[in-house]
Ligand binder design. Structure first.
Ligand SMILES: NC(=O)c1ccc[n+]([C@@H]2O[C@H](COP(=O)([O-])OP(=O)(O)OC[C@H]3O[C@@H](n4cnc5c(N)ncnc54)[C@H](O)[C@@H]3O)[C@@H](O)[C@H]2O)c1
Length: 260
């Protein structure tokens, strides 16, 4: 993101789920660059040292806490630990997510349930536990990472009905919570990324003859995929007072993919 745009989150506490790598790590670094203390909540413990080092380069505090967002006890523990350490939680970014492709007629129930339980139930549990703390402290801000796949069906078709349904659910959950908490100081908004180069997609993107990759890039008016740091600007905007009258909404960051 351009250095000429300045946001100030000095001294704020920001939890980013799934920030060990990919989009989440860039979001954590984006908030750290603006002065926020960062809590990385995820399951890839082996990635914690690298993520912590990259966040701390901005001179802020960073805590990594092993958290499975689909597990109620794990989420409760995270919320309690962060409250105990920092006293308050200003911003929550729900970024953790998984995907697995399978034709709908052959989608194993366990796969469907796992995707829904991480992407949708995990977002709900995080919002419920951290949202309760935000309500007690008089306010806060939540940014959910949905997907353009919560709005449209990918071409080919890409066989990911569980993922798409989970992300459509994240967008509706965003609207529901925004509405319930609108008068109580919590704004809730969502980002709907398009195809983005991360460990989740890198293998396919690095295979130029992959028909899906050709379709992704060919179908994107800007003719390329996103870099993870291109999600940062909107997250900072949603979390800042610049968007003080914006809640319950979502914005695709997709190079124009969903406008066709
Ligand atoms: N990469 C894309 O093209 C793209 C497009 C649209 C939306 N998204 C969304 O952006 C988010 C980040 O995706 P990414 O591409 O960086 O993926 P990634 O696989 O690189 O990162 C996902 C992160 O989520 C964490 N995670 C997975 N399961 C978890 C669990 N149960 N509890 C806690 N953390 C868990 C992982 O540890 C990892 O750090 C996801 O929600 C994804 O659906 C990605």
């Amino acid at each position: 993101m351009s250095d000429s745009v300045k946001f100030d989150f000095s001294g704020k506490t920001v939890i980013v789920t799934g920030a060990e790598r990919g989009i989440g790590l860039e979001l954590a670094r984006g908030f750290a660059k603006c002065g926020a203390n960062i809590v990385i909540a995820g399951i890839m413990d082996e990635e914690f040292p690298n993520a912590e080092k990259l966040v701390k380069e901005y001179g802020v505090d960073c805590t990594c806490i092993h958290t499975d967002v689909s597990d109620e006890a794990s989420v409760k523990r995270l919320a309690a630990l962060v409250k105990e350490k920092y006293g308050r939680i200003d911003i929550l970014v729900n970024n953790a997510g998984i995907n697995k492709l399978a034709p709908a007629e052959a989608m194993p129930l366990e796969v469907w349930q796992r995707i829904l339980s991480v992407n949708l139930t995990g977002t709900f549990l995080m919002c419920r536990e951290v949202g309760s703390i935000m309500l007690e402290q008089g306010g806060g801000n939540i940014v959910n990472i949905a997907s353009m796949s919560g709005l449209i069906v990918n071409p080919l078709p890409q066989q990911q009905c569980a993922y798409n349904s989970s992300k459509a659910g994240v967008i509706m959950l965003t609207k529901c919570l925004a509405n319930e908490w609108a008068k109580r100081g919590i704004r809730v908004n969502a980002i709907a990324p398009g195809f983005t180069r991360t460990p989740l997609t890198r293998k396919r993107l690095d295979t130029p003859d992959d028909p899906a990759v050709k379709k992704w890039i060919g179908g994107t008016p800007m003719g390329r995929v996103a870099e993870p740091e291109e999600m940062v600007g909107l997250a900072l905007y949603f979390a800042s007072d610049l968007s003080s009258f914006t809640t319950g909404t979502y914005l695709p960051v997709d190079g124009g993919y969903t406008c066709l």
